[in-house]
Write a protein that binds this ligand. Structure first.
Ligand code: SF4
Length: 333
């Protein structure tokens, strides 16, 4: 089935040395028999520990505008083709968003991520987030600010950076080959272009994907290697949470073990990037969630855009029970 035997110490050495490894080796990691997972976790942990120690960065999401999106991403409860019963509301006010930042910092978050539904921001929306970011930075200078506003031009990204935004999230989501099977209103290349614009503007890139949408292992490999080639600074690995009312509501392709293999693959291929066990970790990793931290150095707490998630206190206990530590929160200086 696999055809090659994995030499774990060589894989760790090459990962740490930045040489990466072959697609054949990466393929073998995704096809690994479950009883070899402890070896894979040990390899991923060696690389994670070298770059991030046992620290876990806690991030909190704020859905700054919910639903009403003209795009048709099939996994998303906010899309034009979703009938999911979700809260829908227009862009939050500056006060609401700054308040959200205060709550995130008080709840132990190091990073606050403001997300809007939609194809991309109008100029006045960029101005809105610039103002919000300046206000947050004045009060909470250590809180890392990430925004996820859809497709961005380089000029828009530059304005966000000048206001104090540090990261822009824009996920590639999957392989270029698979992209049109779950979204037809924009392309994989549109997303790559936004990532490049963010990088050109001097912002940190936060971009990963979603597994469990019916893609093949080859698609997951394409995504993992694309993240490596594009030098993503931060990589959220989402696991599809099939939401009733979305076109993917019946998708049940993942197992907890598969999720761990995917996280380890992303860690070993992207040794110094932040790897985040992101949306859907609770429902897909289930009781194996703590093991994700051997590969990932970051998690979201307090829920996702339209779904609930693990609460902060419970996440803190999980991290400490494992002998890991929460990165200091982004409170004011
Ligand atoms: S993922 Fe973003 S762009 Fe796609 S439908 Fe959802 S909110 Fe719209």
């Amino acid at each position: 089935m696999i055809g090659i035997e994995l030499d774990w110490s060589a894989i760790v050495a090459r990962s740490l040395g930045g040489q990466g490894f072959t697609r054949e080796e990466a393929r073998a990691i995704l096809a690994l028999p479950d009883d070899e997972i402890p070896l894979l976790l040990a390899a991923a942990f060696a690389v994670r520990k070298a770059h991030f120690g046992k620290r876990v960065k806690v991030c909190i999401l704020q859905n700054a505008r919910s639903g009403l999106c003209p795009e048709d991403c099939h996994y998303c409860s906010q899309s034009s083709v979703s009938e999911a019963k979700i809260d829908k509301y227009p862009l939050m006010s500056a006060e609401q968003l700054v308040d959200g930042a205060r709550r995130a910092a008080a709840g132990g978050a190091r990073r606050y991520c403001m997300v809007t539904s939609g194809r991309g921001p109008a100029d006045e929306e960029i101005e809105h987030f610039c103002g919000v970011t300046r206000a947050i930075k004045q009060e909470l200078p250590d809180l890392e600010i990430c925004v996820c506003l859809g497709l961005l031009s380089e000029e828009q990204a530059r304005r966000l950076k000048a206001a104090g935004v540090g990261w822009v999230n824009h996920n590639l989501n999957s392989s270029e080959r698979f992209y049109s099977e779950f979204c037809t209103t924009h392309t994989y290349q549109d997303r790559v272009e936004t990532v490049r614009n963010v990088r050109k503007a001097g912002l940190m890139t936060c971009s990963g994907g979603i597994v469990g949408m019916g893609e093949t292992d080859e698609d997951i490999l394409d995504l993992a290697f694309a993240c490596r080639e594009l030098g993503m600074d931060s990589i959220p690995v989402n696991f599809l949470h099939p939401i009733p009312g979305t076109p993917m509501e019946a998708h049940q392709f993942l197992t907890p073990m598969k999720c761990l293999k995917v996280l380890c693959l992303f860690r070993l291929l992207n040794p110094s990037s932040e790897i985040r066990a992101a949306g859907g970790r609770e429902v897909n990793l289930r009781s194996l969630q703590p093991l994700a931290l051997y590969a990932a150095n970051s998690i979201f707490v307090e829920g996702y855009l339209t779904t609930p998630g693990q609460q902060g206190e419970e996440a803190r206990r999980m991290i400490e029970d494992l002998g890991f530590e929460v990165e200091p929160a982004g409170r004011g200086g």
